[in-house]
Design a protein around this ligand. Structure first.
Ligand code: UDP
Length: 311
């Protein structure tokens, strides 16, 4: 297939681009490089099946030639990024999704929206099945991301129902891997970076809030399986192994052999208290489950952070 991948220069987008090329697809990567980076795709630039277009997908999208599939991954995804760019986050999730759906409609292509576990907000049920409607504060600081993605899901289903677009929605849970930015702000790069520099590990709140971390290759495999499936509904992809943030800090100290101390800082507003995917649907519908356990995945990422050390 010839695939339009928005956000293809980001952390996830670049891993997905690599996998799609390895599977024999052609990739048209579109990114405005707000949080994406050219370094993430430098190694793909010489591939004849890869092209890069610098463009903000919140504005009308023009792509020449046939497009068989649109994968809409453009969006800031780290809380510090979407707090810094709330309007751009809302625009890419709403106008950007509308434009990307417009490309799918014009080209008769299938469509996949990168949605998020944030649609569940601060969830009142744990683990979260796809049938849970969520507990989101629309006017809180995270509302710009959560509501943009919820709108994105709504317009994706409307295009499916109204225009018959073969549309899929992946709800992505916390993911980690090589190429996360050192100052990305999310817990995995923050803790690894702090541990490797011997700086204090900043646990927000008392660290009792939980997350479930999925290694990037597992996530990408789930996305590809969903893309190739005939499903037209949201599917959770994430690793169901749940742990609290304080234990996660201790794990990073253990795996890096760091002498860093743990310090406690204020919990961000509306920070979800629990998060864990129910992956029953992905397992049943396309036989997906994660393969890389946390210690193995973190060891790879720690090695990468060491090799790509930055002040
Ligand atoms: N967190 C933390 N210290 C940090 C960064 C994050 O304790 O330096 C916490 C954050 O408050 C949240 C969890 O780690 O409870 C995961 O945060 P992240 O920003 O990775 O993503 P989120 O799951 O909140 O979208």
């Amino acid at each position: 297939m010839r695939i339009l991948l928005t956000g293809g220069s980001g952390f996830l987008g670049s891993h997905l681009a690599e996998r799609l090329l390895a599977d024999g697809h052609q990739v048209v990567c579109m990114d405005n490089l707000i949080t994406g980076r050219v370094e993430n795709i430098d190694h793909l630039a010489s591939d004849k099946n890869f092209e890069f277009i610098k463009h903000d997908v919140s504005k009308y999208i023009v792509v020449k030639g046939q497009i068989d599939c649109v994968l809409h991954f453009a969006s800031p995804a780290s809380p510090i990024d979407y707090l810094e760019h709330p309007i751009k986050t809302l625009k890419v999730g709403s106008l950007g999704t509308h434009n990307a759906l417009g490309v799918a409609k014009a080209h008769g292509s299938r469509f996949l929206l990168a949605s998020t576990s944030e649609v569940y907000g601060d969830p009142l049920v744990n683990p979260q099945p796809e049938t849970y409607w969520g507990n989101v504060n629309p006017v809180g600081p995270r509302g710009c991301y959560d509501e943009a993605k919820r709108f994105g899901e709504a317009i994706t289903m409307a295009y499916h129902r109204t225009h018959g677009i073969d549309a899929k929605i992946v709800r992505i849970f916390n993911t980690y891997g090589e190429r996360m930015r050192h100052h990305d702000g999310r817990v995995v790069p923050n803790f690894i970076d702090q541990a490797l520099k011997g700086e204090p590990i900043t646990v927000y709140g008392d660290g009792s809030q939980t997350r479930s971390f999925c290694y990037v290759s597992d996530l990408v495999d789930g996305i590809v399986r969903l893309m190739m499936s005939d499903l037209n509904e949201p599917v959770n992809i994430g690793n169901p192994t749940e742990m609290n943030v304080l234990d996660f800090a201790k794990k990073i100290i253990e795996l890096t052999g760091s002498k860093s101390e743990i310090i406690f800082e204020d919990l961000p507003v509306n920070d979800p208290k629990v998060r864990r995917p129910d992956i029953t649907k992905a397992k049943a519908k396309f036989g997906w489950e994660p393969k890389v356990d946390l210690a193995e995945g973190l060891a790879r990422v720690i090695k990468w952070f060491k090799a790509n050390y930055k002040e």
